[in-house]
Design a protein around this ligand. Structure first.
Ligand code: PMP
Length: 299
């Protein structure tokens, strides 16, 4: 896989092939880093990054949770992202900023470790299928909010997502769904969950899930463009089983409709509202709806 010719590291553009890290790196040993996943799209006005500022703000938020002091502002990181995209001549793709504890310290207290910040960008197509997907309920529950801060995008948290993804794939599901510690619906390994029942959209409330940027985008588009309100509340597995429609949202997954849960088909699969939102999201990220142009940062 080609991960992009150039990347930005600690303030400068370098060749990705020349980017080396020591094996004695705090984040490599303990998962002590934070990251983002951002997409850029080909638009009529050139390549545009979707909600770049919000992603870099979340990177800073996640870093503050882990006490990583990122020595670059949100604006500087946003500017650096556009530089990488230009250098890599990417029309559309995926952007991966990482900030982590690096070298010069071992042991669990990272105090004193170097801070490493980099931004890579490469071409990456669909993450999940464009067609509705089969989903299975993971035996691994979503991380407990009293063990870890669930709304921070910390590298180490993702072992929970990796285990769930492996379980789904080993059990012939296209994606996993994680419940929270109370057995309520939480989210996918890298996606937030929405269900639709009798024309109302529901999504698990914050607390055990990531505060997804696509999640908030979809809630706004649904109400402003379709007049569909979202209720954020505790949802139980039966709510999904009895839903008319269900979909995942995420930067990588965009809007991915669920076909079934644990082998049971969801609704009649006409997916009227979900399909409208899926199309609307594509129109917005690809710059076809001028009203939302503020969400796009052009290279
Ligand atoms: N939940 C988890 C656990 C994720 O990793 C992601 C991907 N960042 C999401 C939800 C969706 O978040 P976003 O829409 O901000 O990409």
């Amino acid at each position: 896989m080609d991960f992009g010719t150039n990347l930005w590291r600690n303030g400068e553009l370098i060749k990705s092939k020349e980017a080396k890290i020591s094996l004695i790196n705090h984040a490599l040993h303990y998962g002590s880093g934070v990251f983002e996943g951002i997409r850029c799209y080909k638009t009529e006005r050139g390549t545009a990054v979707f909600r770049l500022k919000e992603h870099m703000e979340r990177l800073h938020y996640s870093a503050s949770v882990l006490e990583i002091k990122i020595p670059h502002t949100v604006e500087a990181l946003s500017h650096a992202t556009l530089e990488v995209l230009a250098a890599n001549k990417l029309e559309s793709g995926y952007i991966r900023p990482v900030a982590c504890f690096g070298e010069n310290k071992m042991g669990l207290n990272p105090h004193g470790a170097d801070i490493e910040v980099f931004i890579a960008a490469w071409a990456w197509g669909k993450y999940l299928s464009d067609d509705p997907i089969t989903v299975g309920t993971s035996p691994w529950i979503r991380i407990h909010p009293k063990s870890l801060q669930a709304d921070a995008k910390i590298n180490g948290h993702y072992v929970n997502s990796i285990m769930s993804s492996q379980w789904a794939s080993n059990n012939n599901y296209q994606e996993a769904l994680l419940l929270d510690y109370n057995g309520n619906l939480a989210e996918g390994p890298g996606e937030n969950l929405f269900i639709i029942k009798d024309g109302v959209m529901y999504t698990p409330k914050l607390g055990t899930i990531l505060n997804g940027i696509t999640r908030s985008t979809i809630m706004q588009l649904a109400v402003d463009e379709l007049g569909v309100k979202t209720v954020e509340k505790t949802l139980v597995p039966e709510d999904l089983l009895n839903a008319d429609e269900a979909f995942f949202t995420g930067t990588a997954a965009e809007v991915t409709i669920l076909k079934s849960i644990d082998g049971s088909q969801i609704g009649d699969q006409s997916n009227d509202i979900s399909n409208k939102l899926k199309q609307l999201y594509a129109d917005v990220v690809e710059g076809r709806v001028s009203k939302y142009d503020d969400w796009l940062s052009y290279v």
